[in-house]
Design a protein around this ligand. Sequence first.
Ligand code: FES
Length: 756
Amino acid sequence: MERKELDMFLTDRTSTGKTKVSVKRDTEKMTNQVIINGTSIQVRPEENILSAALRQGIDFPHSCRVGGCATCKCQLVEGKVKELTETGYLLSDEELDNGFILACQSIPQTDVSIRVENKETIYGKVFQQKILTDEICEISIQLDTKLNFNAGQYVSLSIEGLDAERNYSIANAPNEKGIVRFIIRKVPNGKLSNYIFNEPLVGKKAKVKGAFGNFYLRENKNPILMVAGGSGLAPILAILEQGILNGIKRPLTLLFGARKKEDLYKINEIQKIEKIWKGKFTFVPILSEEPKNSSWKGERGLVTSKIKDHLTKDTEAYLCGPPPMVDIATKELLQSGIEKQSIFADRFTTIDHSLSLQIDDKKTRYKASFFDYLKFFLFHAVGLTSVVSLLMGGTYTTIGFFSLLFFYIVGDAISGDDKSTPSYSKPEILTLQLWMALPILSLIFFCSTWTVSPTDTLGFGSWLTDLFGYDFNLAKANTPTLVHFYAVILTGLMIGLVGTITAHELTHRTWDPISMFIGRWLLAFSFDTIFSIEHVYGHHRYVSTTEDPATAPRGRNVYYHILASTIKGNLSAWKIETKRLKRKNLSILSYHNAFLRGHLMSLSLVGLAYWIGGMPGMFFFIAAGLFGKTLLEIVNYMEHYGMVRLPEEPVQPRHSWNTNKRISSWTMFNLTRHSHHHAQGEVAYQDLRPYPNAPMMISGYLTTIVVALIPPLWHYLMIPKVMEWDKKFASPEELELAKIANEKSGIARLIASNKE
Ligand code: FES
C-alpha cells in the first residue's frame, strides 16, 4: 500500500517527438543542455528547467515555481525529464498526451528540447507621441517587420533609454504597414509609464515581444457589450477597428468609464466608429466624479453600475480595465445570468518589482560549520525534553509546558535575528534530520497517550521505572486533571512543531517518495494530510488572493479563520484531488484518492491511541491533534494576514510576513523566512534567505501566535503594519485591492486610510 503511495509522486516522462536534437553533453560538469525554442541553455545536475532558464536570462513564463499553477507548462519535443510532481493535478489529458510538462518540476535526464508559447521580438521606432489627458498618453511605433497578433492582444514593450519592460495592449488592428499604437496610463512610481509620459520619445528605438493573451473578439452573432475603464479602452479600440474591417454587423454597446469629463479621450474616434459600424452601435460614456454643477448631460456613476441596463439574455461581454472594475463587472454579469463562457476580460496590471527576488549573496555565503548543522537539531532536543516532562507527570509536566513558552517567547525576544545563510555541502544530513521527526513524534504520541491510560500499556511505565529508578506509574496516577490539560496543549504544540512544520518542508519535496511518505504520516497526527495536496497545489498558487482559504482577509479574527480555513482547505483539497483523478480516469472512491487515504491514516492513529490509552487516550490524542491543526491555521493567519495580490502576478517576497527571530528560525527549519519560501517554493529550507527588508511579523512564531489569540491586541499591532504594507510594498493594482479589503474589513482605521 505504501509503495503505491510513494510511486504516485515520482514519474519519468519520455518524449515521443521526432525532432532530432543535436546538442553536446558537457560530460565534465555532467550538465545537460536544454533547447528552448531553439535557444540552448545549460542545466546543472538536479536543477529544474525553469530555474536554469531564468538563471541564464531566458524570459520563461512562470508564477508559483512549485508545480501549483501551470504557468510554466511547455511541450517536451525531445529527450527525457524526471518530473518532480504529479502533473495530473494541473495538466489536461490532451496536454499530457501531447508531452506537456511543467518546467519548474522537470529535471532533464538527457539533453532536452522543449517548446514554449512562441514570443516574437520585433524592433521599431517611435514616430508619434500624444498626450491625451492628464494621465493618458498615446505612442505610435513603426515596426521593422509586421507583427502577427489578434486585435485585443498585448505585447511586452520597452523603449530605448530605460531598462524596463511592461505589458501593454495594442490599440489598433493588425496591419501590413507594421504600425502599432499604445494607450498608456501614467502609473504612480511606474518607471516605464512615467518615462513614456515625460520624455520626448519620437525617434527612439522600441522593442515589442509577443503577442499574448486571449482577449479578442469571438465569432458568433450575439450582441456585444464592451466595458472599458481608464486605459482599458486600448484593446477595445483595436477590436472595434478589426470589427469594421471584417464588416461585423452584431449590435454593440460600449460603456466607457472615466472620473471626469477631461479624463475622456478618443471620443471623436469612437463617434466615427459609431457611424460606420454595420450593426446597431451604442456608445455610453459614464463619469464617476464629475462635479454635480458641471455641464455634463451624460450618465453618471460607476461604469459597472450601468451594465444591467444594457444586457440581453445572450450578450457576450468584453471587459477591460483595472482589476477591481473587471471583478465587479464580472460579478454583475454573472448575477444577471450571463454565462461565464460569454465573459472575456483583460485585467490591466503593472508588475511591481519592489523587493524583487534578486539574490546576490554569493560572496557573503560561507561554508557551513559544525554548529550550522547542529542548530537545526534543536527541535529534536525540544521534542525529547517534552517527552521527559510528559512522562514525569505532575509538576514536571507543568514546568515543561511553561519552560517551552518561556524558551520561545523570551528566547526570541533576547536572542536577536539570524540572517546568515551558510552554504551546506552535506544537505543529506539535514534531510535525515527532517526524517527523524517521524520517530520522535511517534514517541511523543505513544508517551503522551500512555500518561492518561488506565493501565500500564506494554509494561512501559514499569520498564522505565526499573531503568531510571523514578516511579513513572506513580507519577502518572498522581497527575491532576489541570496538568493533563497542559499535557494536551504541550502535545499539540509538539504535533505542530515536530509534525506539521517538518511535514511542510517534506511535502514540498514532491519528487522524493520517502520525504512525501514521512511528511504525510507526520500530517496524519494533526488530521491534516490534505495539507500535502492543498498547500502545494492550492495555497502556493493563490496565496494572498481571495481564492486562498489560508490567507486571512483584513479584519478577520483568528478564531473564525481557524474554522473557515479548515473547512475551505478541505473542500479545496477535495476539488483538486477529484479533478486529478478524473483526468486520470481513476475512481474517486478508490485507493488512488490521496484525500481519503490521508484521513484514513489519521483514523488509524485514533485507533492506535485507543489501544494505548483506552478512551482517555483516544480523546487525549484527538484533542492534541486538533490543537496541532489549530496551530497550523493560526500560523497561516499570521503569515499572510491582510495581504493582497493579483492572481496573475507571480508571488513576490512582499506577499508574506517574514521574521528572522533566531530561536524560531533554528527550531522551525527557517519557516520564518516565509517571504523567500513563497517566492521560491522549490528552495530547501537551509538555503532560504532572510530578506530583512521584507514585511515583518510582530515577533517570533510562538510570540505572534499568542498575540493572534487576543484579537484586540492583534489588530492594534497589525493594522499599522498593514497600512505600512500598502504604502511601502503594494503595487498600484494591489493598492486598489487593498482599498476594497479595507472597506470590507469593518475596521475604522483601515477604512479611513482609504481617504489618505
Ligand atoms: S507550475 Fe511552474 S511556475 Fe507554477
